[in-house]
Design a protein around this ligand. Structure first.
Ligand SMILES: C[S@@+](CC[C@H](N)C(=O)[O-])C[C@H]1O[C@@H](n2cnc3c(N)ncnc32)[C@H](O)[C@@H]1O
Length: 402
């Protein structure tokens, strides 16, 4: 069953991880945080006391598997996570990470996600497939296979490369194949490092400041520059991939990056953009920003899986402290940050700190509204809350649960 992609990940399991570090930290990220899965795929209404089955397809060295397993154990959810990957070297690292945490809710398998039908694993409520489909000869067949393994009402957390943010990668990959394609992979790594030092100043990869993965380690350098099977997607191409499998994009992450209004300071232009259908808005945002090096999307069969603000919704912050964020917004009047080289300021209403400081995992939006002075009704509250929600949900720090 050997193929060049499998051989690569046997020699260079990705990403480079040391199981001993599990004692010190939990790596979290999108997709696949439980809070995100609930918000984007289950309308914020999943009962986590009920059994949950997840598949991590192309699990690599285990980031998503470890995060899911830990979060489901913490939630005391009766869960089974199936880890599946071609690479036995990657699986060994993922297994050691799960063992280091003393978790018992993961089943490890070596095999191809293309053979899910034959593996007879049953239906999954959720499938994580991160950085894998773009390495298949036929990504559409891969997504169709995953979709066939979804339980009714289930959904997928997907990551594929973004075309514009990877400017310069593919010409450099081709140059490296010309210079070193006939060498063993470890020698190609050495040659690639040499070449990186002497790239001409005009080289598109050298000019692309948002790509730094290759500096983290050899596995990351191989993955970025020496891959044998690798493509990238624009938003319309990703939407087409999803539609081909009978799926729709429930949301991109971070949502606000896919809102062209973020990039259009001219109100007339922003207004024109806002009239476009949602996917066209996302495509426009990608074209304007040019800095999306990957796309994270939650995919479902049925529309309407995303939670929406309503009086009984409980707002939850993702890995942020309410008091700290309220204080920072009080001082700055805005949320400030950067997306892959683009500084972003999201102004918030004067009352935002008072609202944010009340987010405690128990209060509903209507509880918060009733505690706010001079906000007599829900409509008045929503006028204030909408820009807060657009900003904080937009940067993937705020979700809803019921
Ligand atoms: C770039 S790594 C991503 C690992 C992990 N999902 C992550 O995001 O950290 C791609 C992984 O997909 C696996 N892979 C590639 N093709 C596969 C297939 N057909 N079936 C299962 N796994 C596959 C590789 O072995 C590799 O571990």
């Amino acid at each position: 069953m050997s193929n060049p992609v499998q051989d690569q990940y046997e020699a260079y399991p990705y990403p480079g991880r040391n199981p001993a570090e599990e004692k010190a930290r939990l790596i979290t990220g999108s997709p696949s945080r439980l809070l995100e899965i609930d918000h984007y795929l289950f309308g914020g209404r999943r009962d986590w006391t009920r059994p949950f089955r997840a598949l991590v397809a192309g699990g690599g060295t285990g980031d998503a598997t470890v995060m899911l397993a830990q979060q489901l154990a913490d939630a005391r959810t009766p869960a089974e996570i199936v880890y599946l990957d071609l690479s036995s070297a990657s699986r060994a690292i993922a297994e050691q990470r799960i063992a280091a945490r003393g978790l018992a809710n993961v089943r490890f398998l070596n095999g191809s996600l293309l053979e899910l039908g034959a593996l007879g694993l049953g239906g999954f409520d959720y499938i994580d497939c991160c950085g894998v489909l773009h390495h298949l000869p036929d990504p559409a067949a891969g997504l169709a296979s995953l979709t066939g393994a979804l339980a009714p009402g289930g959904g997928i957390g997907l990551m594929v490369y973004g075309e514009y943010g990877r400017t310069g990668v593919y010409p450099l990959q081709a140059a490296l194949r010309q210079l070193a394609g006939d060498m063993p992979l470890n020698e190609q790594v050495g040659l690639a490092k040499q070449l990186l030092k002497i790239l001409p100043a005009t080289n598109a990869f050298r000019q692309n400041r948002i790509l730094g993965d290759h500096q983290r380690g050899d596995a990351e350098l191989v993955d970025l520059l020496l891959h044998r099977q690798d493509r990238a997607y624009t938003v319309p191409q990703l939407a087409e991939l999803a539609a081909g499998a009978g799926l729709a994009v429930a949301s991109f992450i971070e949502p606000i990056r896919y809102d062209p209004g973020l990039y259009l300071a001219d109100p007339a232009l922003a207004k024109r953009a806002a009239t476009l259908p949602a996917l066209e808005q996302a495509a426009l945002a990608e074209r304007l920003a040019s800095n999306m090096k990957l796309h994270i999307a939650y995919l479902t069969r049925e529309a309407g899986s995303v939670a929406r603000p309503s009086p009984d919704a409980i707002p939850l912050l993702i890995e942020w402290d309410a008091a700290a964020i309220a204080k920072s917004v009080q001082q700055q009047g805005a949320i400030k940050g950067a997306f892959d080289g683009l500084p972003v300021t999201l102004p918030l209403p004067r009352q935002a700190p008072a609202i944010l400081s009340r987010i405690d995992g128990r209060r509903t939006l209507s509880d918060i509204q009733r505690e706010m002075e001079k906000l007599p009704d829900w409509a008045a509250f929503m006028t204030l809350f909408q820009p807060i929600y657009r900003a904080l949900n937009g940067i993937n720090r705020l979700v809803l649960r019921f």
